[in-house]
Write a protein that binds this ligand. Structure first.
Ligand SMILES: Cc1cc2nc3c(=O)[nH]c(=O)nc-3n(C[C@H](O)[C@H](O)[C@H](O)COP(=O)(O)O)c2cc1C
Length: 183
């Protein structure tokens, strides 16, 4: 696929089929992330591949969060649990905290570029991703289970990965004319 098609056809994947992703491929993809532009070469990245045990804890945490103030039955709880179990792999993506709000903003932009690099690289190999900033992504217990000090690292999301079970319909973008001008 050429680059333009790759960019247009990549979709956020919400449902994954069974399978594995070679660890080397994951590392190759993350390494692609490191080639994202980063102002002043701050290289803010931190990537943590979740083990089965951590995933288990994260799935339970999601059930806890989603059950708060509700009386969910076991079926509903299991569905929430399974949602976090469904991706083949999950990488927690973080960035180093800095004192300067300006740099922190620029570093977040870098992380977005890195995630896009990773996602496009994997998409080309037939692997789908989802950048998730859902309820569990920034929860204090997520920092704990990942052994992260929130004073040092800011999580920017969970990057889900796996073979797409279903590729969503294209979500059309606004026509360029609507947002482009020459002045
Ligand atoms: C910063 C960021 C956070 C996102 N968080 C979520 C999320 O928590 N859950 C989700 O389903 N999708 C999430 N997405 C994916 C977007 O919903 C998705 O990119 C958008 O709907 C467009 O779809 P596409 O990626 O298939 O083109 C996130 C995307 C970005 C850039």
């Amino acid at each position: 696929m050429n680059l333009a098609d790759l960019i247009r056809n990549r979709r956020t994947i919400h449902e994954y089929s069974d399978g594995t992703i070679n660890r080397e491929l994951i590392e190759e993809a993350l390494e692609m992330g490191l080639w994202a532009p980063n102002h002043k070469m701050t290289q803010p990245w931190k990537f943590i591949l979740l083990s089965g045990g951590t995933r288990e804890k994260l799935s339970e945490l999601l059930v806890k969060i989603k059950s708060e103030g509700k009386d969910l039955n076991d079926v509903a709880k299991k569905a929430i649990y399974n949602k976090m179990q469904n991706p083949t792999e999950i990488v927690a993506v973080g960035m180093h905290r800095v004192d300067s709000a300006f740099q922190q903003r620029e570093d977040y932009a870098t992380m977005a570029c890195a995630i896009q690099n990773i996602s496009l690289f994997l998409w080309e190999k037939g692997i789908g991703t989802k950048w998730s900033t859902g309820a569990a992504a920034f929860h204090p217990e997520t920092y704990e289970m990942l052994d992260l000090d929130p004073q040092e690292i800011e999580l920017v999301g969970l990057l889900m990965m796996g073979n797409p079970k279903k590729v969503p319909e294209v979500k059309p973008r606004v026509p360029l004319e609507q947002v482009f001008s020459v002045k």
